[in-house]
Design a protein around this ligand. Sequence first.
Ligand SMILES: Cc1ncc(COP(=O)(O)O)c(C=O)c1O
Length: 358
Amino acid sequence: MNLPKAKKIDIQKYEGGLSKLANITDAIKLSANESALGCSPNAKKAFYDCQSIISKYPDTSSQALKNKISEKFNLDLNNIIIGSGSDEIISFACQAFLNPGDEVVVSEFGFLMYKIYSKINGANVVFAKENNYKTNINTILDCISDKTKLVFIANPNNPTGTFLTKDEVLELRKKLRSDILLLIDDAYCEYVTHKDYLSGLDLFKKSSNVLVTRTFSKIYGLANLRIGWGFASKEIIDALSIFKPPFNITGPAEQAAVAALDDDLWLKKNIEHNTYWSNKIFETLSKKNITCNLPLANFFLMRFENNKLNSDQIFDEFAKNKIILRKMHAYKINNALRVTVGSKEECELFIQLIDKIL
Ligand SMILES: Cc1ncc(COP(=O)(O)O)c(C=O)c1O
């Protein structure tokens, strides 16, 4: 059979956190930075209330959600695009702005999808060295060449759990050539209470060369519904929209996201839960000499350089106790695991096990 020749791209497929353990049906998944408390009850109700519409195509413009985002964040409707997860917005940006031979700059341990979508679109990925697992704006600037089109930053970054201060982000944008698009990924911004932090959206509402991505998969607890959004100038949004499939957002996902944005109390409860338990986990990890980021988002990158057991042994010990952690091989971070801040019971169990195993 003579099929057309498929494109060959030199990338490893994205491997998300494991969601199952062999022979264990009730494992606790702390491997994908999902919401500890699930979604708002109002979002769940909005989802169930959509039963009568599932035989109809969704609204291709996702107008209800755009209206809600516009009202809530005080944004113009022309500056918003809705995606099947923020992941899809990252993909649109790469499709719209990258050609073979272009370059993108990604932080050494930046979120993996930046590299994957850039390569799919023919660009070369240049990695900027980090400073003790923190994005470094000077090494990013050193990586810029005539061919650079896009710079990606997740703030806070996954998987390192570190962040750039508002001054650092502003300095980076100021020092980058104005024709380079800066993508700021706000996936975990809602969790951050640090005084020196401001989200991409808060910093760049008026910018013409920044694309901000946001997601409903993390604090809003709608990861399975695949919904996120992007904010940028009309020119950028129009460029991305060409690549948007007409029905990329389902009606139930859209309605659940609208209800989620309306439930400020639920958001507050999530932030309080995360602040309380991330501090507790940090105390435990510090006592056990496990090196990790400061409490910030809803996860910790744990490094075991000062411990007797290594990351594979610790992964196995947790797996025996039905807890799934995230291995860091795909990010080439040796002897490390990432853990998501779970529910109260899950955090208590995690802390007990750290105490017992180490
Ligand atoms: C930094 C970062 N950006 C984007 C995403 C993608 O999220 P989603 O496509 O579910 O919105 C993730 C998911 O883990 C992430 O960690």
